[in-house]
Design a protein around this ligand. Structure first.
Ligand code: SAH
Ligand code: SF4
Length: 320
């Protein structure tokens, strides 16, 4: 870039590198979903998934190598935690996916100003709010008109509920927010989303109400994984209604995606439908998430990557 001052170029030479993530595997599913396993060094890997739909293309991005939070139904959580990704490694996933997709036959003829990736969700491996600084820096690059120029409405961060960080995000970079709720009461949530013991449901609901003030959408999305005989009864659907009654929200029911030795089964189709009907009858918009890319293990909670866990279980939670 000869249009930059020589002194600036030489200081860049000393302080910066241009490096793209290295691809370990690149899988294309029969439904068009594409998943990359990216090498993060020291035999670790993370996964990035592109999900095409008729009117949009969504990229699901990872924020950490593994996750320290140990939700019992999540294969990433079972892998343990290795390290946080840097903001370069986070935005690098968007850069790489964008370039690779533009080489794909069905997108080759797109004009330069037409986007393949229209939406980003921080729903890959890791808890984004446990890697706050790097995640927010990467979000800012996604939103910046001179970089990716996505609107706040089209960038969604999903969190298991780190309340102080939700409050901070509301002020620093309020993108669309999804909360991994998964349970209608503290008793069940303590069990399946252990961070609930630190930030219980009443605190979490209050932080959602505060977030709405600044959120780019006028609702919060609650994600609710459907686990047979754990959280899927009629009684629990009614409890859920009561829990979220003060929060403008939509509920996204996620059929549990199985993985080896999970110890859980997905709720029956009829139970999921009944659960949805109870929410809808009470006026809550409730959708059932379509499973995409399951033939290449790219569905929610199936992202395993390659995680060499370097922390002891006992110190993982303390570090958050
Ligand atoms: N750590 C963040 C984001 C990554 S997980 C979070 O927990 O929100 C993305 C979503 O997939 C979360 O809602 C998570 O609870 C859900 N999920 C995890 N394991 C799953 C599984 N086996 N089946 C279906 N959804 C799962
Ligand atoms: Fe971590 Fe989210 Fe999986 Fe929980 S559901 S273990 S927070 S990645």
């Amino acid at each position: 870039m000869t249009d930059l001052a020589k002194s600036f170029r030489s200081s860049l030479d000393q302080t910066a590198i241009i490096e793209i993530p290295e691809i370990e595997h690149d899988h294309l599913s029969s439904d068009g979903t594409r998943k990359w396993l990216l090498d993060m060094g020291t035999k670790n890997g993370i996964e990035t998934v592109f999900i095409p739909e008729e009117s949009r293309g969504t990229l699901c991005i990872s924020s950490q190598v593994g996750c320290a939070l140990e939700c019992t139904f999540c294969s990433t959580g079972r892998q343990g935690f290795n390290r946080n990704l840097t903001s370069a490694e986070i935005i690098g996933q968007l850069w790489l996916a964008n370039h690779k997709l533009r080489e794909q036959d069905n997108y080759k003829s797109l004009k330069k100003d037409e986007k393949v990736i229209t939406n980003v969700v921080m729903m890959g491996m890791g808890e984004p709010l446990a890697n706050y600084k790097h995640v927010v820096h990467a979000l800012e690059m996604m939103l910046d008109d001179n970089i990716y120029g996505l609107s706040r409405r089209k960038v969604t961060l999903s969190t298991s509920g780190l309340v102080p960080a939700i409050d901070k995000l509301r002020l620093d970079c309020p993108v669309s927010l999804a909360i991994s709720l998964h349970a209608p009461n503290n008793e069940i949530r303590d069990e399946i989303v252990p961070i609930n013991k630190k930030y219980p449901l009443d605190e979490l609901m209050k932080s959602c109400i505060r977030y709405i003030e600044k959120a780019p959408r006028d609702f919060i999305t609650f994600e609710y994984v459907m686990l047979e005989n754990v959280n899927d009864s009629v009684e629990q659907a009614k409890q859920l209604l009561d829990l979220i009654k003060d929060v403008p929200s939509k509920v996204n029911l996620i059929p549990f995606n199985p993985f080896p030795n999970s110890g859980y089964s997905c709720s029956k189709r009829t139970a999921i439908k009944l659960f949805q009907d109870i929410l809808m009858d009470a006026g809550i918009v409730a959708t059932i998430r379509k499973t995409r890319g399951d033939d290449i293990d790219a569905a929610c909670g199936q992202l395993v990557g390659l995680v060499r866990d370097k922390t002891k279980r006992s110190i993982r939670l303390r570090s958050i």
